[in-house]
Design a protein around this ligand. Structure first.
Ligand code: FAD
Length: 322
């Protein structure tokens, strides 16, 4: 079966109850056969230990690549190097290199120490990897039929990309230049910020390819099942307000209807992206299992049996976790 490749993002649990469920969440998502599972990293290293715990669960409960997000905002070369070395010591060799958001009330000049862009962080991680792990980072190339990261034997340094522009960017060219700088620094994969229209991504791919970006650019998909979450996400990411989707969510009269709409929107978007040539799907799971499984099932990336197995609870607790 030539199904679409996919990957997941998890975030470190915020309380002990969810922490206890994380190994099970990692195991069940891992059993679906993602190319990798990435784990977010709080700005200024605020979640460092909890991020590492989740990465370790992925390694212990699955055979899937565990990818660590790392940020460099406000950090020194020495402190970031110590984190990279600690992660490599724990067996984590794949990274998503990010600058991180500038905290509110602080200027960029006040906030950056020795590292001020994700490109610089990429270069630092690449240097440390080189000294610790023999061999260069190979380009991620499409497999015989489909892009398969699982079959890529070398490490991954992924970076962020913004189909609708980063909020701090003057224009598209600045975003393309930033992405090219990250590629030149050694990144071999990009993962996008969420967006709501397939054309946003497909247009950006054309522009990036024309500008010389050659690395795969994986679209980030986020199932959004409430207006409150939509507001929070748009505020956090600076994405344009998706009028039509927001109105449709607003007019739903039950949680079940909002959930169905969110899953349907993410599934239709995923379908259009894959049909348009996207190399796979990166799903922001919010530590949930059921919506990602439904989306993957609807686009035919997993079988019905896989979906049913993933939804079996080990106990009677709900399948969601924050
Ligand atoms: P960069 O690529 O360094 O730059 C962002 C923008 O700054 C560029 O688009 C460009 O406009 C400008 N810029 C960069 N370099 C230059 C230059 N040399 N000259 C002029 N302008 C420049 N945040 C977290 O805190 N933790 C996470 O785990 C996390 N995970 C994420 C995962 C994904 C897939 C994405 C898309 C974002 C994630 N973020 C995370 C958010 C991210 O940290 C923010 O979007 C941040 O504001 C920018 O990070 P970056 O790595 O894109 O920065």
């Amino acid at each position: 079966m030539n199904t679409a490749p996919f990957s997941f993002e998890l975030f470190p649990p915020r309380n002990a109850t969810v922490a206890a469920r994380m190994p099970d969440i990692a195991r069940r998502l891992g059993a679906l056969g993602p190319e990798f599972i990435s784990v977010t990293f709080g700005a200024s290293g605020s979640t460092q230990d909890r991020s590492l715990d989740v990465l370790k669960y992925i390694r212990e409960t699955t055979t899937v690549r565990a990818m660590a997000h790392l940020t460099c905002v406000g950090a020194s070369v020495a402190s970031v190097s110590a984190v990279v070395n600690e992660f490599i010591d724990a067996g984590i060799v794949d990274f998503l290199a990010l600058r991180g958001d500038i905290p509110q009330g602080v200027t960029a000049a006040e906030c950056f120490d020795e590292l001020s862009t994700a490109a610089e962080l990429t270069q630092l991680i690449r240097g440390i990897r080189r000294s610790r792990i023999p061999g260069e980072l190979a380009p991620v190339a499409p497999g015989a039929n489909r892009w398969r990261l699982r079959e890529h034997r070398d490490g991954i340094i992924a970076v962020a990309a913004y189909p609708n522009g980063h909020p701090e960017s003057r224009d598209l060219q600045q975003d393309l230049d930033a992405l090219l700088a990250k590629q030149a620094a050694g990144a071999n994969l990009a993962i996008t910020q969420l967006f709501f229209e397939a054309d946003d991504y497909l247009r950006f791919i054309d522009q990036a390819r024309s500008a010389g970006v050659t690395i795969p650019i994986l679209p980030g998909i986020m199932p959004i099942t409430s207006v409150a979450r939509l507001r929070r996400i748009v505020e956090l990411t600076g994405e344009p307000w998706p009028e039509r989707f927001a109105d449709a969510l607003d007019s739903c009269n039950s949680d079940a209807a909002r959930r169905e709409l969110g899953v349907a929107q993410a599934s239709a978007l995923s379908y259009d992206l894959l049909a348009g040539g996207a190399p796979g799907l990166h799903i922001y799971t919010h530590n949930r299992i059921d919506e990602p499984v439904e989306i993957l099932g609807r686009v035919g990336a997993i079988s019905r049996a896989q979906a049913e197995a993933a939804l079996i609870e080990p106990n009677t607790a709900s399948t969601s976790a924050q």
